[in-house]
Design a protein around this ligand. Structure first.
Ligand SMILES: [Fe+2]
Length: 395
């Protein structure tokens, strides 16, 4: 950390806030993690002084909520431009085959979730139109022809109407126990995909370094996002467990979170359509399980953190299933301590949240299904090779 960042804590103790370049103010929400940024307008290009200040604040507080005050709202191109500026400033590039395959404007394309028409790097996390499967787009022609949620619309058309009170044909939940869906709450009927602590996209061999969320539609209340500082969580472990965990790796697999792809392939094959099964087999080949350290060293700050993921982790390697389950439960539970958390409330449409996906876990609170719709645009920045606690490349 640069020396001036180390002096921030002293300034915070006196004033509770920090003045950055260009009239921007940083308001920490806890001593460890999370800060609000006031006085920045993201619809205008950032000066290099602002980019540097934002980067320093991001590395220190791990999660930034940039408040719009209802005064501005980025459109998709401005959102994309901000992410490209940050990627350039941080020196992120598509330097592997897997990253090249998922590259849209130098940003990550999610192969298993629906994205915005003409913007393959924007995943719409939305209670208005969530979930669903689609073919991975492999060429600009595919992108042009892509119809969002076409699979879902088709499925709805095929579904025979159900008589009132008939629960015999209620859909069977397609999440495996232990994946995100297991923690879904009753009052939210639509967003049950991210309400368990996790970091994003561990199935990539180089999971995204950071994510920039742009709020497009917000309920008047509810739908907060909780973030946990997994660096602090690591330091909270017993030294014996720290020592053991530092030597471990884990296997992450997209099929653990999205079994729906294989289920759908089988369903279509049973109706005589083999093409979707061929497509899923190609995905399995393109995205083989990733091996990741259980304790990760941050590539910029060097800080160690617990790097587990309830959704994507299939198992901890080279230990028994029982020990793997026990270790996962212990390590993942560390995210639940309020001392390590910040709860970000989305106040105004236009608010933007940037989180460090290398050292935080997050939990999308699913409490707003009956209050109103919520839609965030999610762009993931490319990741770096993952380092274990000793600085050796694992992922
Ligand atoms: Fe997430």
């Amino acid at each position: 950390m640069p020396e001036e960042i180390q002096q921030w804590d002293e300034q915070i103790a006196h004033t509770g806030q920090i003045s950055l370049a260009d009239g921007v103010t940083l308001l920490p929400l806890t001593p460890l993690i999370g800060a609000e940024v006031h006085g920045l307008n993201l619809t205008k290009p950032l000066s290099s002084a602002s980019l540097t200040a934002l980067t320093d604040a991001f590395l220190r507080y791990k999660v930034l909520m940039i408040r719009s005050g209802g005064q501005w709202k980025m459109d998709v191109d401005e959102h994309t431009g901000l992410c490209k500026d940050l990627s350039n400033h941080w020196g992120l590039s598509a330097d592997t085959e897997q990253k090249e395959m998922n590259n849209s404007e130098g940003l990550t394309v999610h192969p298993f979730l629906p994205w915005l028409r003409h913007y393959p790097h924007v995943w719409v996390t939305s209670s208005v139109a969530s979930g669903g499967q689609q073919y991975q787009l492999r060429s600009s022609e595919d992108v042009e022809n892509y119809e969002p949620f076409a699979g879902q619309k088709e499925a709805r058309k095929r579904k025979p109407p159900r008589s009132a009170g008939d629960n015999s044909k209620a859909p069977v939940p397609q999440y495996r126990p232990g994946s995100f869906g297991g923690a879904a709450l009753n009052q939210d009927t639509v967003n049950n995909g991210a309400n368990a602590f996790h970091f994003d996209d561990g199935f990539f061999h180089h999971p995204p370094s950071a994510v920039v969320l742009n709020s497009v539609v917000l309920p008047k209340v509810g739908g907060d996002t909780i973030f946990a500082d997994m660096g602090a969580a690591y330091r909270g472990l017993h030294p014996d467990l720290q020592k053991k965990a530092k030597s471990l790796t884990q296997t992450m697999d997209w099929r653990h979170v999205f079994p729906v792809w294989e289920i759908e392939a089988e369903r279509r094959a049973s109706e005589g359509d083999e093409s979707f099964r061929d497509h899923v087999e190609q995905l399995i080949e393109d995205y083989p399980p990733s091996r990741q350290p259980v304790i990760r060293q941050h590539p910029v700050t060097g800080e160690l953190s617990i790097y587990t993921n309830l959704g994507f982790t299939r198992e901890i390697d080279d230990v028994s299933k029982e020990e793997s389950d026990q270790l996962m439960a212990t390590l993942c539970r560390m995210a639940e301590r309020p001392e390590y958390q910040v709860r970000m409330r989305w106040l105004n449409e236009g608010d933007v949240c940037i989180y460090d996906n290398r050292i935080t876990n997050h939990y999308a609170v699913a409490d707003y299904g009956h209050v109103g719709p919520r839609s965030l645009h999610h762009i993931a920045l490319l990741g770096e090779p993952t380092l274990n606690a000793y600085g050796e490349v694992v992922g």
